[in-house]
Design a protein around this ligand. Structure first.
Ligand SMILES: [Zn+2]
Ligand SMILES: [Zn+2]
Length: 273
């Protein structure tokens, strides 16, 4: 499996000279299991770059499975600008949770009404299938890839996903708020022994102490969880928009002292599993 980080920043895009090394686009991660389909985790502004890259791959037809962790703005706002979604040759299966108050399709269409954009969800001419999935519902993609969504702690709810192909697995846990003591129990189960854990690391420990219920983790919580559940590699993800490249690279140094197989997710980075 190949994992590519197209957007690694939390909350809001932050282009500029202090974010150029790590990247300023909001969450989007591609997982290519090496079959016909690709999987895409979240559609933050990084998905625009994925669309440009797909155009260079000269595929006859793209088949993509989009997995939404949740529909906070930083995870959906790139979807209208994902160019492969405009082509009727392509097929996109969009999966995510139903909210208590609204359906996934309503929310995605709702950010594309004429108050916000000059085109609508219906102008995305790809063969779109939008489907709500449940906590713990196993999804099969292609012949050898499975996806398991689990509900994690975050305001409004969030899915973490474990993607497994043969003996390799990657776990995506953006936007998760661990309790003051211990860890989110569903994530402990989901992440056991994964080859790669992509984990929310928005805060420093001091910032987390000041905002314990904001919905996010510190890099230290990500490291301690990774060690507890025995993952092989940890990618620190969903970087705070206020954190500069220099500050993030200092966090990376501190994190690697505790867990050497840990790194900052950087825009454009590829990890082969
Ligand atoms: Zn977020
Ligand atoms: Zn969120």
């Amino acid at each position: 499996m190949k994992v590519t980080f197209w957007g690694v920043r939390g909350s809001i895009p932050v282009p500029g000279p202090t974010t150029v090394r790590i990247g300023g686009n909001t969450p989007c991660v591609e997982v290519d299991p090496g079959d016909r389909e690709i999987l895409v985790l979240d559609a933050g502004t990084g998905i625009r770059l994925l669309g440009l890259d797909i155009a260079r791959r000269s595929l006859d037809r793209l088949i993509a499975v989009l997995l939404f962790s949740h529909t906070h703005w930083d995870h959906i706002q790139g979807l209208p600008f994902f160019s492969p979604a405009r082509s009727d040759r392509n097929r996109m299966v969009i999966l995510g949770a139903r909210r208590v108050d609204s359906h996934l399709e309503q929310i995605l269409a709702g950010q594309m009404i004429d108050a916000y954009l000059p085109f609508t969800l219906e102008d995305l001419h790809a063969d779109l299938l939008i489907k709500e999935v449940h906590d713990g519902e196993k999804i099969v993609v292609g012949n050898h890839t499975s996806v398991l969504p689990r509900k994690l702690t975050h305001p409004g709810g969030v899915f973490g996903y474990r993607i497994t192909r043969k003996d390799k697995s990657v776990v995506y846990a953006s936007d998760v708020n661990h309790p003051a003591h211990g860890f989110d129990s569903n994530l402990v189960a989901l992440a056991q022994g994964a080859d790669l854990l992509i984990h929310d690391a928005q805060f420093t420990p001091e910032e987390k102490a000041a905002l314990p219920n904001w919905g996010h983790s510190s890099w230290l919580e990500a490291v301690l969880l990774a060690k507890t559940v025995g993952v092989k590699q940890l990618a620190l993800f969903h970087h705070d928009p206020m954190h500069t490249d220099d500050e993030l690279e200092e966090i990376e140094r501190q994190a690697q002292v505790l867990f050497p197989n840990c790194f900052l997710a950087r825009e454009g980075m590829e990890v082969i599993l």
